[in-house]
Design a protein. Sequence first.
Length: 364
Amino acid sequence: MKKIVISTGGGDAPGLNAVIYAVTKSAHYRGWEVYGSHGGYKGLLDPDELVRLTPEMVEDITPTGGTILGSTNKGNPFAMPVENLAGEVQLRDVSDRVMQNFTRMGFSCHIAVGGDGSLEIAHRFATEKGMPVIGVPKTIDNDLQATHRTFGCDTAVATATDALDKLHSTAKSHDRVMVVEVMGRDSGWIAINSGISGCADVILIPEIPFNLDSVCNKINDNELHHKHYAIVVVAEGARAKDTEVIHKATEQCAVGRQEVLLGGVGEWVAQQIREKTGKDTRSLVLGHLQRGGSPTTFDRMLALRFGGAAVRLAEQEIFDHMVALAATDIIAVPLAEAIKGRKKVPLDSDKVLTAREIGICLGD
Ligand code: F6P
């Protein structure tokens, strides 16, 4: 009988509980035991943070948002923040302790559900400590390499699209430009998918540095066509071609234009549009709304399939791999492939082409 441990790392994404459900049930089907590690690796440092997962415990969690295991953004065992006696926080490598506990507790596999950061840590455990690890790709940003999709993104896109749908009527009623900032770090998947689905007039993504004049021309052009309102979707990582704006998520700083950071790039774009076109403009940041709520059917299915596939990999003892979505099937790919830099929207993709061909300005 195998005994496996599952952890969820990084920011939450809708579908995490569906993975936990599928892993628990698929392992139970094989007569294996499953444990959940609370707070990322905390359960492998402190047994109080470890919970035995049974089919009864996970019965109704699939449609729920968040993660029953809690997440962690500060839980890297290779550099764990630990407070010393003087109250100073120092980074300590506790990876050996994690590995010793893993072995002592008799685990035969660790299923690590996470984005690039968590999967990078998992890959280090596999290669440096010999931990049998299987990765499951999670992030609303969809910015992991080697998988067609990550779960969580579809729900985030649905939430953003719903917001855009609602903004059309108020924008139209008041002849306003509504600027909506969406998440995605330095990839534009949420922006381009929701912007196209939500019939935006302008979509600004990090992959295409934008020119404000193009944006304003599009808004002025709307006026010529008797459309007195506009919807502008701005990915949080978008940056202007003619300024040295560096997004907070990647650099935590902005060169030359501090105000971008203070208000967010969406607010800055809104201000610029107001100044350059004279249009009444409002901005909003969708923020963590995009991470919440029940996963869409697509995300649920993907997360459930990923969970099932991860357990099949454990059975076949294929470690240091990540389950991934190919054209139609779940495949195994080396974790190393998954963390080889962030995946961008290809500029020749049909989405970019479609956006242009249906009259959406991409800011270039
Ligand atoms: O990676 C997911 C994500 O939601 C990004 O889109 C966003 O930039 C970031 O996490 C927000 O992180 P936090 O929850 O720490 O504010």
